[in-house]
Design a protein around this ligand. Structure first.
Ligand SMILES: O=C(O)[C@@H](CO)OP(=O)(O)O
Length: 344
């Protein structure tokens, strides 16, 4: 049994300090979620915790401190979680991938929140994207709740050299949580949590969903349709503007994903043209004018380095053998070198 004092409590993922009954202190990053059972640790929230003080039950689903037994044989320097090293390196990779081609992309239909799978070409794009990021560390994956983003994330991870297993976290009910528990710490170490969030879904396209893009332009005029598709604050009929989409996607990014990066976790997000455009607008500090010309291709990963609270855009890894990508930071170069040593 352990008691944890929370220093930061954002969303369901926390940085915390564990105070064992023995008096041993253990600080670091723990993926935790509110569940009554099983694998309960008794956690006491400090007054500083955003959830308020008092006792709550949490379940530790992944721990990554140097002093727990959970350690990655290829531990990336960015995951070396002593306070000192975090201050020094404080660096994490952020990969963004727009899903591969979907069956409605192929048919040129407005898709929005309609849950359409990938085409064969989309599957190939996702695999190709996976090759490009196969030497970049991934500790946690976020996807939208739509199958095309989830397929893309899973297919991309089949190519990763670290060979960890991406596992979708089921938090939708207590039974789902209980029934999807893993009872081996070793197996847990070889897993990557995949968190599906509706907030990362494609913008809701309203009454354009299912319509052909060309036919809609012929009917309403090219300019009007371009305005609906690319402007910042003009919504399509009964749908979301990019601004409305940003209100949920960027809020989720700030509340749930940024704390992970801050704690040194390497994150991959598989999402959509417009939910990612809104996140990139935030990362690159684009204006509402600049975002109009931002277009994202399907299945091309984009790499950012999060360092000292800033996002540094590194473009797209060109290919698995592209040396330049891995020389971007010492952390990435070392991670790749360790993979080489482990796999040869
Ligand atoms: O149809 C959609 O949902 C989106 C993305 O494919 O289209 P658009 O190119 O208008 O952003």
């Amino acid at each position: 049994m352990a008691t944890a004092v929370f220093h930061r409590a954002v969303g369901t993922l926390q940085s915390c300090q564990l105070h064992y009954n023995s008096g041993v202190h253990d600080s670091g990053n723990f993926l935790v979620r509110l569940v009554p059972k099983p694998f309960i640790v008794d956690i006491r929230l400090s007054k500083r915790g955003n959830y308020g003080s008092g006792e709550r039950k949490f379940c530790v689903i992944q721990a990554s401190t140097s002093s727990t037994s959970v350690s990655d044989p290829v531990s990336c320097p960015s995951n070396n979680n002593t306070r000192e090293s975090r201050k020094k390196s404080n660096e994490a990779a952020l990969i963004l991938i727009r899903h591969g081609e979907s069956l409605w992309n192929e048919k040129n239909l407005f898709t929005g929140c309609v849950d359409v799978p990938l085409t064969r070409k989309g599957v190939e794009e996702a695999i190709e994207a996976g090759k490009r990021i196969s030497n970049i560390p991934v500790d946690v994956i976020y996807t939208s709740s739509l199958i095309r983003a989830q397929m893309t994330a899973m297919l991309a991870m089949t190519q990763h050299r670290r060979r960890k297993v991406p596992i979708i976290i089921h938090n939708e009910s207590e039974q789902a949580r209980t029934w999807s528990q893993i009872y081996s710490e070793d197996t847990m170490k070889q897993s990557i949590p995949v968190i599906a969030a509706w907030q990362l879904n494609e913008r809701m396209y309203g009454e354009l969903q299912g319509l052909n893009k060309q036919e809609t332009a012929d009917r309403f005029g090219k300019e009007k349709v371009h305005e609906w598709r690319r402007s910042y604050d003009i919504p399509p009929p009964n749908g979301e503007s990019l601004e409305m989409c940003a209100q949920r996607a960027v809020a989720y990014f700030k509340e749930s994903i940024e704390p992970q990066l801050l704690s040194g976790k390497n994150v991959m997000i598989a999402a959509h043209g417009n939910s990612l455009r809104s996140i990139i607008m935030y990362l690159d500090q684009l204006t509402s004018q600049e975002v109009i010309s931002l277009e994202l291709s399907t299945g091309i990963p984009m790499l950012y380095i999060f360092k000292e609270g800033k996002f540094i855009r590194r473009g797209s890894p060109v290919g698995p053998m592209e040396a330049g990508v891995y020389a971007y930071t010492r952390g990435l170069a070392l991670y790749r070198q360790k993979l080489d040593e482990m796999l040869h």
